[in-house]
Design a binder for this molecule. Structure first.
Ligand code: ATP
Ligand code: MG
Length: 817
């Protein structure tokens, strides 16, 4: 090499004169000197490059495109002198002068000079040493400068050694993180000798911009340079790791199934290699173990083992394989074991029932009797309880309480709309996608046979048809004579249901299939009075909703008056579900106000409700609607408790026709006709003009029009409505009535007295007219209702008129005062 001719920072300098002339300085000297050829010994031919920083030790094919650079490279080759490679600080400049170049670069030996077939010139350079420009010389066809060589220290201390060591480790780590790195790369890195070479080697490889590389080149102090590199590498590793993780995660989600398949294949190959049995042997072994532990009855276990044998012989790829495996999993996971039933503590059960439910005395007593019998005779065939009543009266929650009181788990099966026997009893395994029925499914879910299983909505069980009769399947489930060997179509082996405690619920009795009803003990929950609702709200719903909204009782209070207003004016229901919802609405509103900090403590009174819940929903309905002659308030029994209903009549010019609308059933239509006949017969007594009826059509409508209605019990209301219309005397708005009528004007008894009376109370009625012959049902009516309502027992329709019609004839279509 010819580098010796060039001055160096190393203690030894070849040319002291040059040094004296141009002292080493990091500042760019501005003075230029013009010299003539030949090239002085201590000068270096400079090649400016764009975008590449050559580091000592690095071999790099330099493309020399520019005329001056070609001349420079060729002259260097001819003179066997090194080149000085400098990065342009302004890459865009075509003929860079001293100000367009960085003043620190690397000397390079040109290993080969190639002219490619396409005419381009390349100099394969090897980086040798750092240098710094001292002075550019003029008068050459290319850049020439006097420079100072920068040597790296020869002696290496522990500080540097340590840094170099971790630098190498990190570099290897990076290479391993990068995809598609040739293996030789790691070997090359391992082979680099000395910290300075290592640093330059890595710096040359780094994926950073030329300016950053230049900065590394200009960092003469080795320790600082190593530190900078370490920092860069560490950061790079983090980035690579994160991106690889993301990459892996994406790939995983895309072909997780493929991967699993691949892994399974590999596992099998490995197992084969190890001589650990053939395909799927591990899986078979696992299933075998699970069968042994499942505590199946002998017969079932034998059957399961037979299936397992079949599975063993099947190729795993066969579609049937997974079907048989799924089947075995079902068998394995069912709660076959008969656990000892926890003894029932009747006193504790009583306490739990009281804790969960207000009132319902008769019902709780009946439940306790039922539990007592079970306790005394656990193996006896106890009847199935069936709770019947309107929504929200606590049927489901009573079932949950029974589970709690007996220490059993609770499962719920909804039978509403079940048309297909298979939903209860399962599909045969020959069906594609066959599964057990919902009884067995729920047993697997709760994991024990000693559970309370609530069969909800037995009254909405679909009728039997093409797909078999679900009711008869249910019979088999509930019948104590048969259910110890219940056979689900899918399982095809008997399962003992006798220790399951079944409880049914429904809203109405009539639609429960007869044979089912016969097997059950019906317990009716008719609904609550306003007084009972207030107690339930106070004791259960308010604390529960407070807790649900995260409020405490000392921050939010609701007065009894407010609760009563919600009960009377914002809900109309037999149960308490809407009541609970409205209470929840109130508390959420308060919670927002407290959370916003606009208040710390709130007491809700009735006057606060409209702002939160909106206008009262049911308040003035009766008074408003019955203000005109022709509207009477009747009482109806519905599956969801009682309700009030309006009978509206109107008269128009015509020829004595009777028009009936509102989806009335046959029986109801007949009572309308009977009512009209009764009014006609009394027209003289009532003071109705004799020809009025002949010249009119009468229209009777019972809203809501979309709800079908039937039954004879609206007879009295129809009669009163017509009498009111034709006499122009409005019906008193606080009177409601029920009763069938005979053509002779007798009032006949009706059913559902309790529900109807409660509905009247809810609607704000003061007087209820009932058939005299229903007095036998007086006991049924809650004391609370009896106190608040005036009950009028009528035998004759004429009595009804006396109570119901306002005494003074008001002009038609004018509101009564
Ligand atoms: N007597 C009561 N004491 C305390 N809470 C009650 C009482 N009756 C009903 N509730 C509460 O009312 C809510 C509704 O009851 P539940 O869900 O049991 O009604 P349901 O009769 O099953 O209605 P559905 O026919 O709609 O299924 C429950 O939160 C329940 O705890
Ligand atoms: Mg329910």
């Amino acid at each position: 090499m010819n580098e010796e001719k060039i001055p160096s920072t190393d203690p030894v300098s070849a040319d002291a004169g040059a040094r004296a002339e141009a002292p080493a300085t990091t500042e760019k000297p501005s003075r230029r000197e013009s010299i003539s050829r030949p090239l002085p010994d201590d000068a270096l031919i400079i090649v400016p490059v764009r975008n590449v920083v050559l580091f000592p030790g690095m071999v790099f094919p330099l493309t020399v495109g520019r005329e001056r650079s070609r001349a420079a490279a060729q002259e260097a080759v001819r003179l066997q002198r090194p080149l000085g490679v400098l990065l342009q600080s302004k890459p865009e400049v075509e003929e860079p002068g001293p100000d367009d170049l960085h003043w620190v670069g690397t000397t390079a030996t040109v290993l080969r000079y190639i002219t490619a077939p396409d005419g381009s010139h390349h100099a394969i350079c090897k980086g040798m040493k750092r240098f710094r420009i001292l002075q550019f010389l003029e008068g050459f066809p290319f850049a020439v400068a006097r420079v100072q060589l920068i040597d790296d220290p020869e002696a290496v201390d522990a500080d540097i050694e340590g840094r170099a060591h971790s630098l190498k480790e990190r570099a290897i780590e990076i290479l391993q993180l990068l995809p598609q790195v040739p293996e030789e790369m790691v070997a090359a890195l391992q082979a680099v000798e000395g910290p300075a070479r290592l640093a330059d080697f890595i710096a040359g490889l780094m994926d950073i911009g030329p300016e950053e590389k230049q900065a590394l080149l200009e960092t003469f102090d080795l320790k600082t340079r190593l530190d900078k590199l370490l920092e860069l590498l560490t950061h790079r590793i983090e980035v690579l790791k994160v991106s690889r993780e993301i990459d892996a995660r994406t790939r995983e989600s895309i072909d997780d199934t493929n991967r699993k398949h691949l892994l399974r294949e590999q596992m099998r190959t490995i197992q084969k290699e190890l001589g650990e049995g053939d395909e799927g042997a591990a899986e078979i072994a696992e299933l075998e173990k699970a069968i042994a532990e499942a505590k199946m009855p002998e017969e079932v276990e034998k059957h399961a083992r037979k299936e397992l044998k079949r599975l063993e012989r099947m190729p795993e790829a066969a579609g049937e394989y997974s079907m048989v495996r799924t089947y075995l999993e079902w068998l394995i996971e069912l709660p076959w074991a008969a656990e000892a039933e926890a003894p029932i503590d009747i006193a504790e059960a009583r306490r739990i029932l009281d804790e969960d439910h207000y009132g319902l005395e008769k019902i709780k007593r009946r439940i306790l009797e039922y539990l007592a019998v079970r306790k005394l005779n656990p193996s006896g065939k106890s009847p199935i309880l069936c709770f019947v009543g309107p929504p929200g009266v606590g049927k489901t929650s009573l079932g949950q309480s029974i589970a709690r009181a007996t220490g059993r788990k609770f499962a719920r099966v909804s039978l509403g709309g079940v048309h297909d026997e298979a939903e209860i009893r399962g599909h045969r395994r020959t069906y594609i996608g066959a599964l057990p029925g919902n009884i067995i499914q729920n047993l697997r879910k709760v994991g024990t046979r000693n559970c309370v299983m609530m069969l909800d909505e037995v009254d909405k069980l679909g009728a039997g048809g093409f797909h078999g009769d679900p009711a008869s399947a249910l019979l088999e489930v509930l019948d104590p004579e048969q259910n110890s060997t219940f056979r689900d179509n899918y399982l095809a082996v008997p399962f003992d249901l006798s220790s399951v405690m079944f409880i049914c619920t429904g809203n109405v009795l009539d639609t429960i299939p007869g044979p089912l009803r016969d097997r059950m003990e019906i317990i009716q929950l008719p609904g609550y009075t306003a007084q009972e609702k207030l107690q339930i709200a106070r004791r259960y719903l308010v604390p529960r909703q407070l807790a649900a909204t995260g409020l405490s009782a000392d921050r939010c209070e609701i007065t009894d008056e407010a609760l009563r207003t919600i009960i009377d004016d914002y809900t109309r229901e037999a149960g308490v579900r809407n009541l609970e919802r409205e209470i929840g609405n109130v508390f959420r509103n308060v919670a927002v106000r407290i959370a916003e900090g606009s208040t710390a403590r709130v007491t809700i009174g009735p006057d606060d409700l409209p702002a939160i819940l909106g206008a009262r929903k049911f308040e003035a309905e009766v008074a408003m609607r019955s203000a005109v002659p022709g509207v009477a308030t009747g009482l109806a029994w519905t599956p969801v408790g009682g309700d009030i209903l309006f009978v509206e009549s109107a008269r128009m010019p015509g020829a004595g026709k009777l028009i009936l609308t509102g989806q009335l059933g046959e029986v109801m239509k007949e009572s309308a006709q009977a009512a009209l006949s009764l009014v006609k017969a009394r027209s003289r007594d009532l003071g109705i003009a004799p020809d009025l009826l002949e010249k009119s059509d009468i229209h009777i409508h019972v809203p809501a029009g979309a709800t079908p209605k039937d039954g004879p019990s609206a007879g009295v209301a129809m009669f009163v409505s017509l009498a009111s219309l034709l006499t122009g005397r409005p019906v008193r708005s606080d009177v409601a009535m029920t009763g069938e009528i005979s053509l002779r004007g007798l009032v006949l008894p009706i059913g559902g007295v309790k529900e109807k009376v409660l509905a009247a109370l809810r609607a704000g009625i003061a007087t209820v007219m009932l058939p005299a012959r229903n007095q036998r049902d007086l006991d049924e009516i809650p004391a609370d209702a009896r106190e608040k309502l005036k009950l009028v027992w009528v035998e004759q329709v004429d009595q009804a008129l006396a109570t119901a019609l306002s005494p003074v004839a008001a002009p038609a279509a004018m509101p009564a005062a």
